[in-house]
Design a protein around this ligand. Sequence first.
Ligand code: FCB
Length: 414
Amino acid sequence: MSRFPHDFIWGTATAAHQIEGGNVNSDFWLAENVPETIFREPSGDACDSYHRYPEDIALAAELGFNTHRFGIEWARIEPEPGVFSRAALDHYLRVLECCHAHGLAPMVSLNHWTVPRWFAARGGFEMADSPDLFARFAEQVSRHLGDGMAFVTTFNEANIQRVIGSTFHNPKAAPGLAAMKQACARACGSDRFSMVLFATAEEIEAQLVEAHYRAAQALRAGPGTFQLGVTISMAEVEGVGEGNQAEAFENDLYGPWLDVAKTADFVGVQTYTRYRIGPEGRLRLPADAMRTDMGYEYRPEALEATVRFAARRIGRPIIVTEHGIAAKDDTRRVALIDTALEGLQRCLDDGIDLRGYVHWSLLDNFEWVLGYGMRFGLIEVDRTSFARTPKPSARHLGQIARSSRANTPSSIKG
Ligand code: FCB
């Protein structure tokens, strides 16, 4: 594994809502707890990382990583419109300081799907003024935290509405979804409740694009020398048969985000699987296909394909900001990592400007509507005691990271 550059970014990824616990002022917390919820279970205390972050960060460093990706929670920082919590901002300042103390470059997600409850109840990103509100939040983050960040990303998987459009909005899931949203709206005394994960691209994408640019502007105007990116959910798209619709499918999957990413310092590639596209659209997985615990295809080679796609179509420096597998059997995670990293080495050999690999996830955590059953973590978390136990995959990837790197990365501007 020594062919990775010495300053390669090796990290693990988390998201605020999935690990912090007690995110009571967020839209997701409400949606998880209304009787009409479509969530398998509520997030509750999650991994209690709001309190246990020093342990998480120390563990990541000890394992051999040099970068830590985590989210800051808008619902905590701006609990009411225009009311900013100094205490919450100070909390994230301590998280940043903790990263630096352990030699980890902090990679901060401004939005990993959750928003304040008040923001969802006024219509979320469906509203024309939502970019103003997101930019105002970004401005506060910039002012208080800008100096400490090494990397910042605006939206996590900015194209997520396009990715899941075909699952949550299928006729079967839609009635339950509408009932949950209505219950949330009622609980807020509103007639609407708009969540990033459950909205359609038609409803919110134009505002998200605008919000990205406005937030980027606010962040760049403030202190700090961080690199700014946007992360995109990418899948290997394979055309099957003559007249296949792969190209059209791909265009639809990414919409405007490839162009948006061209204006960023780096693009965050997040990849979990492959889609095979025939003349009639997406093909069903054959019954004997290898699957992850999520049910989708096990396809470690997909990462190489998407990194090559990003290099070709975006042409900016690339950081893999998420890649991983839901697997109770940890040997599958080790196998996935090894195959995927071989692909990344080929990308580097071909001169692709790939700067790093950040694995999803540091911890077993709250996998959104699926709850705690899906195990993406390098580290197991006891659901009662919150005790953290690194799995063999954590030591494996950590060792690869340690052996290839010498220094914490500081700048990737190019
Ligand atoms: C990605 C999300 C992340 C996690 C992984 C498994 O789409 O960004 O929060 O849920 O999938």
